[in-house]
Write a protein that binds this ligand. Structure first.
Ligand SMILES: *Cc1c(COP(=O)(O)O)cnc(C)c1O
Length: 485
């Protein structure tokens, strides 16, 4: 095959672009060539199927069990998006194929998918443009924090601080710190929101940005959000929206309309692409008009003739944040999901996610402490503080749920709630599943009263029983499986 590349196709930092074809034989010295067939192990198809099926059965997954893991939006990932992502027209393209000309016919469709996904996300969030490059939410945060830094540098005033509330996801302060900022943490007030008086005290001309999740990790919408944004803007700081909880407000409220300048989304949460086990994810970042020029390159541009191109001509761009154009198959699945659901379907997502969370919250509030009792959004936080008086912790309850076929909620987060259990049912669960979960939780609360030791011994149905968490952390052994064999 002869490779022809357009000028500038790979950007400033560039890959080495072959001028003309080099015969493969000429490249490899004879001494490195294989003289006999490799001795590859042979296994039958059945052995392979059993191996992978059994591996998959060692895990909880959304496809097998209810998975109310707060803050993670473990909703069902519809299978049709997998089929679309497996279409050869998408899987057979290489990121180094030309955008136009002879091979361009192969990549125009992929570029169009990225372009249209950016358009959809801009409309959903009220932003002016998106980059699809970041590979996870945390990666999007870092991108956002770098854009904040570029913005202030561009305006000639380097600033020192980024403000986050104490209920923020740990990645927020971490991303701000990696981008070079010192982090100011604001405590939560009695309504479960960032304490606005403490916020005002810390808000100076030295603050570069404010990172907020709304609804926050307690599942609560902050009704002072507009006031916070106005205050931040009055000192020249930018508002960063951690969009991990977009599922609660999608189609209902737009971060851009309530004063946010930068947004990251987690396609693997809100837009129903599989996640867990470390990826692949996608954390696109959207910005307002003024910040467009700082987005990573390349941007996808639509030419006047309707074709799509990679555009590297942004001199103020923060550069590449990932190789090529992001996790393309994840972007494609999210695109298919949005096209399939349409506007009314996406609004339905938010409404059912919020309804399901409130349904469970109301049924459970008699049995568990609810630190912030008002109507919640897509998730809510319970505390096992009452159970703790009897020696039963959130961890014990989590283990009990495992025994009964339910993935535990997120526990001990947010840090501001003692014995926290953060529950996010998502919109894809049936009333029957929710009722079964509520029943199990009530059973756990009763056992905590009548027979605490039953809960200390959970899980009983796992081959190794209760793991020694301390030993697992101190003496990490990743080879358990192969040793056993
Ligand atoms: C999940 C999450 C993140 C981080 O996203 P990743 O995709 O896991 O990197 C950030 N903030 C909040 C609130 C989250 O729930």
């Amino acid at each position: 095959m002869r490779l022809i590349f357009e000028k500038g196709a790979f950007g400033r930092r560039g890959f080495k672009i072959p001028k003309k074809d080099v015969p493969i034989d000429a490249k490899f010295p004879q001494k490195y060539k294989r003289v006999k067939e490799p001795d590859l192990p042979q296994v039958s198809e059945l052995d392979v199927v059993r191996h992978y099926t059994n591996l998959s059965r060692m895990n909880f997954s959304v496809d097998t069990n209810f998975y109310p893991l707060g803050s993670c939006t473990m909703k069902y990932n519809p299978k049709f998006t997998e089929k679309i992502a497996a279409l050869p027209g998408f899987t057979d393209v290489h990121p180094l194929l030309p955008q136009l000309g002879g091979g361009g016919i192969l990549t125009q469709g992929s570029l169009e998918v990225i372009y249209k996904t950016e358009e959809f996300l801009s409309e959903i969030t009220g932003m002016s443009g998106f980059t699809m490059q970041p590979l996870a939410g945390a990666h999007g945060e870092l991108t956002g924090a770098m854009i904040i830094a570029s913005f202030h540098k561009f305006n000639g005033n380097r600033r020192k601080y980024i403000i986050v509330p104490d209920s923020s996801h740990g990645t927020n302060p971490a991303s701000a710190a990696i981008a070079g900022y010192e982090v100011i943490v604001i405590p939560t007030d009695e309504n479960g929101c960032m304490d606005i008086d403490k916020f005002k005290e810390k808000l100076t001309q030295d603050v570069a940005g404010v990172m907020l999740t709304c609804p926050n990790t307690l599942g609560l919408f902050n009704s002072s959000i507009k006031e916070i944004a106005d205050l931040a803007h009055s000192v020249g700081a930018l508002m960063y929206y951690d969009g991990a909880n977009l599922n609660a407000i999608i189609g209902k409220s737009r971060p851009g309309d309530i004063g946010f300048d930068i947004v990251h989304l987690n396609l693997h949460k809100t837009f129903s692409t599989p996640h867990g086990g470390g990826g692949p994810g996608s954390g696109p970042v959207g910005v307002n008009e003024e910040l467009l020029k700082f987005l990573p390159i390349p941007r996808i541009a639509k030419r006047v003739d309707g074709t799509f191109a990679l555009d590297y001509s942004y001199k103020d761009s923060i550069g590449y944040i990932a190789p090529f154009y992001g996790n393309f198959s994840v972007i494609l699945k999210a695109y298919a999901y949005m096209v399939y659901l349409g506007k009314s379907g996406l609004i339905d997502v938010a409404e059912k996610a919020v309804l399901n969370a409130n349904y469970c919250r109301v049924l459970l509030k008699k049995y568990f402490e609810v630190p912030y009792g008002r109507i919640c959004m897509h998730e809510f936080v319970l505390s096992a503080s009452k159970q703790k008086e009897n020696g039963v912790s959130a961890l014990d309850i989590a283990k009990y749920l495992i025994d009964n076929g339910v993935h535990p909620p997120t526990i001990y987060f947010p840090l501001s709630v003692v014995e926290a259990m953060m529950i996010e049912p998502t919109e894809t669960e049936s009333k029957k599943t929710l009722d079964n979960f509520v029943e199990l939780m009530i059973e756990a609360a009763k056992l905590a009263q009548d027979s605490p030791s039953t809960l200390h011994d959970a899980p009983k149905n796992m081959p190794v029983g209760r793991l020694d968490e301390t030993k697992a952390a101190r003496d990490l052994n990743l080879r358990w499986h192969s040793k056993k064999e």
